[in-house]
Every structure is written in C-alpha cells, then in structure tokens.
Design a protein around this ligand. Structure first.
Ligand code: KG4
Ligand code: ZN
Length: 359
C-alpha cells in the first residue's frame, strides 16, 4: 500500500489530499477562497498568497485526520510547482519541502496541468490492468482537452509523462471568457457555473455569435477573445447605458439573459468540440478525455459525448469536484511519478509559466 499526500496552492484553492495506491481517495480537503476574491471579480494574487499561508497547515492536518493517518504513515509527498501564481505556489511548495525533509520522505513537484489529467485516473482507475476493465477503462493513448481558467490545451497522451501538445489558446482561456462575460453582465464570480446554470433555460441558437478557427490546416489552436468582444458589442450595441443586465436585457433586445448566455456558451462549446474532434481524427485516438474546471460544463459534456459517440469514440471526464482545482489529482499524479523513480530535490523552485512539455 502506498499513501501519498498531495498539496495544491496554485491559484485560489488551498488543498490537501491523501490518495492510496494512486486511485483511492482517503481524503480530499479544499478550502476555497472564492468568497474573498468574489468582491474583486477575480483572484487577487497577494490576497491568495496570504490566505494560503493561513490555511495550509489546518488544511493538511484535516486531510491527514480524515484519512486517519499521521505523517509517519506517508510514503511520499506530491506538490504543484507550476503553472500558477508564484506567491501562491511557493506556499504549497515550501510546506511540502518542510514535511518531506523533516519526515525523510520522497517528494515530487507536479505540473498543475498534468494533475488535471490525472483526475481522470482517479475517476477511471483502470491503468495497467488495475481496477475495472471494459468500456470504462481509460487506456493509453488518448487525447485530452484541458480547459480551465488559465488554459485551453489539446494534448495527445502516449503514456505516463508522454505528452504532445497539439493546440492551445492564443489569447483567453475558455474559463477566463466565462468569467469575464459573467463580470460584464454582473452575474457573479466565478462565471462558468453561473452561465452553465442560466443557459439551461435559454436557446443556444438564439444569437448566432461568431466562431473563431485558424485557417491553416495544421493549427489546432483556439481563440476566445473574439466571442467575448462579440457578446460585449451585442449588449452595448443594444443600449450602452444599461446598469442591470439581468433585468433590462430582455426589454432592450429580443432576447432574454438565458438566451444570450446560452448562445455565448454554445459558441465556446462549438469551438472546443470542433478542434477536439479534428485532433482525435488526426491522431487516430479512440478515447477523448476532459480535464480542468470547464470540463464540468454540462453543455460541453453533453454535446461532446453525443458527437464522440456518433464517431465511435469514448468520452471520459471526472466528477465535478475533481474537475476544479484539488489536491487528490496532484497526489494521484505523484504516485505514478514516484513509482517510476521520479523525485524532486529540495532546490525545486516554483515556475509560474510551466508548460506541459517540460515536465
Ligand atoms: O481548473 P480550475 O478550477 O482552475 C484553474 O486551473 O484555472 O478552473 C476554474 C475555471 C473558472 O474559470 C470557472 O469559471 C470555470 O473553471 N468553470 C466552468 C464551470 N465550472 C467551473 N466553466 C464553465 N462551465 C462550468 N460548469
Ligand atoms: Zn486548475
């Protein structure tokens, strides 16, 4: 039995988790700072670092206590060292180093994006013949779409640590577009879940917002800044002095707020699906995987699920709490790294713009 403590502090969640053998979550504690950052309509880096400092020790204690273990029962520590906010990352990284050093435990730095991918191994724990086999088995190779507040990456995964980045966003990440549109419409923060919920009562075809694709055949990159501007122009074009969009939108345009956000969401989902299916065809994969906060979007899951099925492809995604930032995914990824003898030393530093290919 191998017990790994995972620590994650890359953005605004202070998280610690204990995972057994890379697949069984014994505890998964997430202290969200959303309520604090909400009044600023986004994450304030300095506040995030300070809150991580206050929360990190209690969160780790809680994770150990829920798993009913102490430091001496651990076999290793895994911690996010990038990408993310440097001050925030340093809190988790320094804590992990201190625990590793004082308890003489191996520790490994994890790329946050790689962690998001491994959330799927917690959900579909079937690698290397372990766990259930059959249609639910997530086996190599597969294509993963990592969609979060900071990223939109299409990655071909050959094996553990074997990544080929096929496309990424040239400007905003999809979660960022959801958050910025929600901010513009004064709906709240974070915007993704709010827009997802509101869209359920709207017509996704109500407003034909433009979709951006790159002309060259080879590029599977994304761009979400155009759709953001299109929504802003649509609303301001119908009355630039509106203060409460929720109440007044339907009186100034033919469409309700749910129609507007459903049409925006549909455009984002269309762009994500088109490139993902193209990439799946190019690489000849049978399995598509979703990861990151936006992977919990109900419309993306439904539409991609239907379109993938029609093409004979399997779609995999983690449950909602494993899509957004958490430390169980970091512990799971750490298990596979440590098992392969990959360890970090105490000189490891935080890397704010760490990319997947250099892990
Ligand atoms: O992965 P995550 O927790 O943090 C980052 O690594 O960025 O993702 C957070 C992002 C936010 O932008 C949030 O609005 C978005 O994920 N998000 C969603 C949904 N739930 C969270 N976006 C669309 N639909 C959702 N249901
Ligand atoms: Zn994330």
């Amino acid at each position: 039995m191998t017990l790994i403590l995972g620590i994650e502090t890359s953005c605004d969640e202070t998280a610690a988790a204990v995972v057994k053998d890379g697949k069984k979550i014994l505890s998964n504690v997430v202290a969200s700072q959303v309520a604090i950052h909400r009044k600023f309509w986004g994450v304030v880096p300095e506040i995030a670092s300070r809150k991580h400092l206050e929360l990190i020790n209690p969160v780790i204690s809680e994770a150990l206590s829920r798993a009913k273990i102490g430091f001496s029962d651990l076999d290793g520590i895994a911690v996010t060292y990038g990408p993310g906010l440097v001050g925030a990352l340093l809190v988790g990284l320094s804590t992990a180093k201190a625990i590793a050093y004082s308890n003489n435990l191996p520790f490994v730095g994890i790329n946050h994006l790689e962690g998001h991918i491994y959330a799927n191994y917690l959900e579909h724990p079937s690698l290397r013949g372990r766990g259930p086999s059959g249609p639910e088995a997530l086996k190599f190779p597969f294509l993963v779409l990592i969609v979060s507040g900071g990223h939109s990456d299409l990655v071909y995964v050959k094996n553990h640590g074997g990544y080929e980045v096929l496309g990424r966003t040239r400007d905003d990440a999809p979660g960022e577009a959801f958050d910025k549109i929600a901010k513009f419409l004064k709906l709240g923060y974070p915007g993704g879940p709010i827009i997802d919920k509101l869209s359920k009562n709207g017509d996704p075809k109500a407003i034909p917002f433009p979709r951006s694709y790159f002309k060259t055949k080879e590029t599977l990159d994304f761009s979400f800044s155009g759709i953001k501007t299109a929504v802003v122009n649509y609303v301001t074009g119908h009355g630039s002095r509106i203060t409460s969009y929720r109440e007044k939108l339907s009186s100034i345009t033919r469409h309700s707020l749910p129609d507007l956000v459903a049409s925006f969401q549909e455009a984002v989902v269309d762009m994500l699906i088109k490139n993902t299916l193209r990439a799946a065809k190019i690489k000849g994969v049978k399995r598509i995987v979703l990861a990151g906060g936006v992977a919990s979007n109900s419309r993306l899951r439904k539409r991609l699920g239907e379109e993938a099925k029609a093409k004979g492809l399997g779609l995999y995604y983690p449950r909602e709490e494993l899509c957004t930032d958490n430390a169980a995914m970091i512990a799971c990824c750490g298990y596979y790294k440590l098992k392969e003898g990959i360890e970090s030393d105490l000189s490891l530093n935080a890397v704010a713009n760490l990319s997947l290919s250099v892990t």
